[in-house]
Structures are given as structure tokens and as C-alpha cells.
Ligand binder design. Structure first.
Ligand code: KG4
Ligand code: ZN
Length: 365
């Protein structure tokens, strides 16, 4: 049996502090030996969003212990680790500095190679860990900071087919919730309220639907929600439920159109491939059952496999960072020098342009 390479992963790019130990052999078999995540949700919820300074401080306070815990749960010591993988972008710079500096310090002290990992690459490659997926495939990343449709051709080979030109989808959920007086994070609250609402009461806009480009836009939707909420104020619980249901329906229809076009493009570009094509989702919004249902139905209709990794691996975690490091090691890629710098912006596809309006919380994933 091929020997396993074992790596310690560190994630601090946003509001989760995480450490994990994962191993992989040359054929791609893997074991997750530990997976520790500390969410800072409580620290940020009073502010209705992530506060960068609070996040950075919380990472400093928690990270060392978390790494110890990850090693302990994996039943290994640093001597048993072959390399360190730390997120070095994109994300909030304070948090990235904490994680990357810690990674560098451990790498230096223990004499191990360091891999500076792109957080988005972690999301993009997770389905290979969970489902042994082979390249190429499509990935939809829908989180608080990103809404991107990415063609994953191979390790280090990504093409961004679509992105948001304004708000990320999770951000649209969060802002809508805030407008309606629902708690942060807004996504789960909106989904819960929508269950008792009438999705046909309000006809919210479906931006870019029908256009050939594969981009997304959600800020108009939020504005329309604000307008309706003002027009019919004061809002009863039923009004809030109806707005949530109508909002979710508009999002669902938008995704159906945008992603539907993406699947068609994939089928055209990879017509000669025998394997059944696949769409992977990642990011916190992938928790939404209605949106999942929409994507599942779309995939069924188009002959695609629909892959949604378990939720704890869809949202931010260090397993995916460790795994991305292992995938890079498996390609024979050289480790990073110890003076590698964190990057708050770091697109997966270096050829993709930044779109106008993108970037309010654009750095975080
Ligand atoms: O990937 P994630 O946990 O963190 C980062 O953005 O880094 O995603 C969080 C986002 C938030 O905007 C949250 O409102 C959204 O995912 N979210 C949801 C649901 N659960 C979380 N959005 C819609 N429906 C949900 N059930
Ligand atoms: Zn993320």
C-alpha cells in the first residue's frame, strides 16, 4: 500500500478558527484524523456581521489551543506530520496573518514544508475528498462573501465562469434578514420564515435571468425587498414570512436560469467525456434546502450528478485546507517559501477580471 502523507491544516480567513489533520496516499485514498472548528458567531452576532478586528483577536486567542486539540484528537505529534497547510487568502487580512504566521512558525520550528493555500481552492477540491470526484467538474460556491461558478479542470487549474457583480448570495440573505428584523446570520432565519410564507405574494426581480453571461447580481433583489417592506409597514409575521418565501423563490429561479446555462456550457465544452458530469456546491448558502432542491432537480434534468458535501465541509473548515495542501503535494508542487505573504484578494482564476461593484465583502469566502 502506498504510504500516506499527513498534513496539518489551519484556517483563519474569516470568522471560523479551525485546525485539522488529514492524510492521503498517492492514489487519493484519505483519512480525516481530526477536524476542529471554533465559530465566532456569538462574538459577531450583536453587530449583525463579521467585525474584522474582533475576528483577528479571536483567532489569536483560540488558534494555538485548537491546533493542539487537532493533533491530540488525531493522536499524532508534530513529528508525525509531513507538512503544514495554512490559508493565506482571500479573506480578512488580520485573520490571515494570524493563521499564516502560526503555520510558518510551526513549519520553521518543526522543520516541515509549508503550503500557503487559497481558501477558494479548499472549497473547490473538497468534493474530491468526500466523493472521489475526478476532473473536470463545475463548482458553485455560495457563501457570505462569494457567489462564483467555477470550472475545476485540475489542481491549480480553475476558470471562473460566473461571479456576482454586486452582493454575494449569503450577503443578500443576511441583508434581507436585517431589513426584516430577523437575527444574524440571515440565511437560516429567512429559510425558516419562508416555510410559512406565500412565495407568490410578491414578484421580486430576477436579475440577469435570460442573459447569456453566467454572472449573478443580487443587490436589486435586496432593494426590492426594502421597498416592499416600507410600502406595507408595519409588518405582521405573515408579511415577513411572505416576503421571505417570495425572496427565496426569486433566488431559486435566478439560480435555475444561471446554473442551467452553466451546465449547458459544460456539456458543450466536454461533450467527448464519458463520465457523467458533476455540479458541486459549497459555502454556507448550500445549507438552504429549497435551493438545494432546485439545484438537484436542475442536475437531474440535465444528466448531472449533484454533489453537496456534508455541511461541516461546505462551510469554512481546516480539513479542506489540509486536503488542498495534500493535493498540491501529490502533484509534486514545491512548498512555499517562509516569507510568503497573505493576500486579502486572491482570485482562483488569475485571468478573471474583477467585475464592477464587486468587493464590498468580496474578500471573504
Ligand atoms: O460559508 P459560510 O459559512 O461563511 C462565509 O461566508 O465565510 O457562509 C455563511 C453565509 C451567511 O451569509 C449565511 O446567511 C448563509 O451562508 N447561510 C444560508 C443558510 N445558512 C447559512 N443562506 C441561506 N439559507 C441557509 N439555510
Ligand atoms: Zn469559505
Amino acid at each position: 500500500m502506498a504510504p500516506f502523507l499527513r498534513i496539518l491544516g489551519i484556517e483563519t480567513s474569516c470568522d471560523e478558527t479551525a485546525a485539522a489533520v488529514v492524510e492521503r496516499d498517492a492514489e487519493g485514498h484519505s483519512n480525516v484524523l481530526s477536524d476542529v472548528v471554533l465559530s465566532q458567531l456569538d462574538e459577531h452576532s450583536a453587530y449583525g456581521g463579521v467585525v474584522p478586528e474582533i475576528a483577528a483577536r479571536a483567532h489569536v486567542e483560540a488558534l494555538d489551543e485548537l491546533i493542539e486539540e487537532a493533533l491530540k484528537r488525531a493522536n499524532v505529534s508534530l513529528a508525525d506530520i509531513d507538512a503544514i497547510a495554512a490559508t493565506s487568502g482571500p479573506g480578512l487580512i488580520g485573520g490571515l496573518l494570524v493563521g499564516l504566521m502560526t503555520g510558518k512558525a510551526i513549519a520553521r520550528a518543526a522543520g516541515k514544508p509549508l503550503y500557503a493555500v487559497n481558501h477558494l481552492e479548499g472549497h473547490a477540491l473538497t468534493a474530491r475528498l468526500t466523493d472521489g470526484l475526478s476532473f473536470p467538474y463545475l463548482m458553485l460556491l455560495v457563501s457570505g462573501g462569494h457567489t462564483q461558478l467555477i470550472l475545476v479542470r485540475g489542481v491549480g487549474q480553475y476558470e471562473r465562469w460566473g461571479t456576482t457583480i454586486d452582493d454575494a448570495l449569503g450577503e443578500a440573505f443576511d441583508k434581507t434578514a436585517k431589513l426584516l428584523g430577523l437575527p444574524y446570520p440571515g440565511g437560516p432565519a429567512v429559510e425558516r420564515m419562508a416555510r410559512d410564507g406565500n412565495p407568490d405574494r410578491f414578484n421580486f426581480p430576477r436579475p440577469l435571468v435570460g442573459e447569456a453571461r453566467l454572472d449573478f447580481s443580487f443587490s436589486g433583489l435586496k432593494t426590492a425587498v426594502r421597498q416592499v417592506a416600507q410600502d406595507i409597514a408595519p409588518l405582521s409575521d405573515q408579511d415577513v414570512a411572505d416576503i421571505c418565501a417570495s425572496f427565496q423563490k426569486a433566488v431559486s429561479r435566478t439560480l435555475k436560469d444561471r446554473i442551467g446555462r452553466g451546465l449547458q456550457r459544460f456539456k458543450t465544452e466536454f461533450a467527448a467525456t464519458d463520465e457523467k458530469p458533476a455540479l458541486v456546491v459549497a459555502g454556507g448558502v448550500a445549507a438552504n434546502l429549497e435551493l438545494r432542491g432546485t439545484l438537484q432537480a436542475l442536475c437531474d434534468k440535465n444528466g448531472f450528478r449533484f454533489i453537496a458535501p456534508p455541511l461541516h465541509l461546505c462551510t469554512d473548515n481546516a480539513v479542506m485546507i489540509a486536503w488542498a495542501g495534500l493535493e498540491r503535494m501529490a502533484t509534486g508542487a514545491a512548498p512555499d517559501p517562509l516569507d510568503v505573504q497573505p493576500r486579502s484578494r486572491w482570485p482562483l482564476d488569475s485571468h478573471a477580471e474583477t467585475l464592477i461593484g464587486f468587493g464590498k465583502r468580496g474578500a471573504k469566502a
